[in-house]
Design a protein around this ligand. Structure first.
Ligand code: SF4
Length: 321
């Protein structure tokens, strides 16, 4: 029998360090599985430890919507499937669940001790829509002082960028960026209005969203998050990549501070059967087009459904950073 490493890695859900067609996929931590992203029984846990590609390992998700999905977008690739529960969010519950996680679960003999990369405010929807956002930021920030392990973890908020349209949210986020090193991961999935409408499932305008991201990041930087996936017969090709690069160029010309861009694809079941992941080589093609067209260098990273993609180079390897 011939031993196949790729089959071995697939069977045990380990991201394979294999190289093919001019790229390779970075191995994530042994035994990790990015396909599991449960938010607890009935999706209603307020915290959910997961292995996250873009975090580079263990991430503690914070869920502000344990009762039902709450979002201003309706992305076809969204992994929050419809659900409802009677669990309500409360700051006290969040503190209790964090205490349980850091003082009990993490210290249990036999618990997998991966280093915690970040505490990530995300969960079942758009966190800037929650009336508890300020309290949640405070609790997460205090957790980083209270639990030694959390101190080393980044504090991240993932937003679909619609919160940047609200001056109160903008002030709140800027304050936490300045005072607690909050990192903002802001969604921008498209370069053309047509693709943006399909990807967001919303009536927000793409120019309006780009302007909001630019206005926000003129004061404090953002990391852009861009989903690349197929929707039925449509997928983001060369023309979309060029339009996307032009949007970034226009935003930078307006003074936007964009620290980096993460391109990623679908890794878990999502709301629409039409939405499918695209291959690592398609992600690289998109990134190459963007990189060549950018007026100013930005760190670009790509992630397929298994992990981070790097490009194979003559005489060695180099990532897309
Ligand atoms: S913005 Fe996020 S939570 Fe909202 S629909 Fe899109 S993927 Fe889902």
């Amino acid at each position: 029998m011939v031993f196949c490493f790729r089959e071995f890695f697939n069977r045990y859900n380990i991201i394979a360090p294999y190289q093919s067609c001019g790229y390779y996929v970075e191995p994530m931590t042994k035994g990790s599985d990015v396909s599991r992203h449960s938010r607890g029984e009935g999706n209603s846990s307020l915290i959910y430890p997961v292995i996250a590609r873009r975090s580079g390992g263990l991430s503690l998700g914070i869920n502000l919507f344990p009762d039902s999905k709450t979002c201003s977008f309706n992305c076809p690739y969204c992994e929050v499937l419809p659900f409802s529960s009677t669990v309500e969010f409360s700051p006290e519950k969040l503190e209790a669940q964090m205490e349980q996680f850091f003082h009990h679960d993490r210290e249990e003999p036999g618990a997998v001790q991966l280093p915690l990369r970040d505490i990530c405010i995300s969960g079942n929807g758009e966190p800037t829509l929650s009336p508890w956002l300020g309290e949640v930021l405070e609790i997460c920030s205090q957790a980083r002082m209270k639990y030694p392990e959390a101190l080393k973890a980044k504090l991240v908020l993932i937003t679909n960028s619609t919160g940047f349209l609200d001056p109160g949210i903008v002030d709140l986020l800027h304050t936490w960026q300045r005072n607690a090193g909050l990192s903002i991961w802001a969604k921008l999935d498209a370069g053309t209005p047509e693709w943006f409408a399909l990807m967001s499932g919303s009536e927000f305008s793409l120019p309006g969203m780009c302007e909001a991201i630019s206005d926000f990041s003129r004061k404090e930087p953002v990391v852009i998050q861009t989903m690349l996936c197929a929707l039925g017969e449509n997928f983001p090709g060369q023309a979309e990549a060029e339009a996307y690069a032009d949007r970034l160029n226009a935003m930078i010309a307006c003074g936007a501070a964009i620290d980096a861009v993460d391109f990623y694809t679908i890794a878990r079941p999502c709301v629409s059967d039409e939405a499918k992941p695209i291959s690592a080589s398609s992600i690289i093609d998109f990134m190459d087009t963007v990189q060549l067209r950018l007026a100013k260098p930005i760190s670009l990273k790509g992630f397929d459904s298994r992990g981070q993609i790097g490009k194979a180079m003559r005489g060695g390897t180099a990532s897309h950073d």
